[in-house]
Design a binder for this molecule. Sequence first.
Ligand code: GDP
Length: 197
Amino acid sequence: PDYRRAAFSTSAARFNQCPPDEGWEVAFAGRSNAGKSSAINSLTGQASLARTSRTPGRTQLINFFELSASQRLVDLPGYGYAKVPLAVKAKWMRELERYLQARQSLRGLVLLMDIRHPFRDFDRQMLEWGTMAGMPVHILLTKADKLGRGAAKSALLAARQEAAAYPDDMVSVQLFSALKHEGRKELTAVLDAWLTD
Ligand code: GDP
C-alpha cells in the first residue's frame, strides 16, 4: 500500500464501535510519549495525521486510518497519563485486550518503545496479548537518534535477545527515528507483508 495515502476514517471508544472486521489492518501501540504519533506521521508523510500532543481524553480512542478499501492502520490508545484515573485505565486496557484477541482483520502489532526505556510493564502486556493471540509483533526502538551509534546497536541486540524468548520468530525488532527519518524502509517492508496475503 501507499502509506502516504492514509486518511483518517473513524474513532472507536469501545471495541464494538470498530469499523467492520474485514480486510487487513495493522495496529500501533506504545506507552504515551513512546513516539507513536511521530512514527505514524513519519510513515505516512503527513505532519498531523496522528496528533503529536494529545489530550488524555483523545488517547482513549482507537483511531482508524484507511490506506485502501481493505487496508487500515490503527492507532491504539497510549498509556501512562498520570491524570487518568486508575479505573479508566483498567477499562481501556480491557478494551485493548478485547481488540487484540478478537479482531480478525488484525494481522500484526507494531509496538513502539523509547530506546532508552524498553520493555516496561505495558510493553510486556502487549507482547503477551499479541503473541498469545498468534499475532506477530514488530518492535520499534524509537528515538534511536537519542543514543550514539554504538549504544543504539547494543540496545538493538539486547532487545533482539528478549524477543527471541517468544516462540516462532513472532517478535522482531528494529531501530527507528522519526526525527532522522531512519528505519522507514525496514518498517514498510514488515507492514507490506502483513497487509497483503
Ligand atoms: P506518543 O505519545 O507516543 O504519540 O509520542 P509523540 O510522537 O508525541 O512523541 C513524544 C515526544 O518524543 C515528542 O516530544 C516528540 O518530539 C519526541 N520524539 C518522537 N520521535 C522522536 C525521534 O525520533 N527522535 C527524537 N529525538 N524525539 C522524538
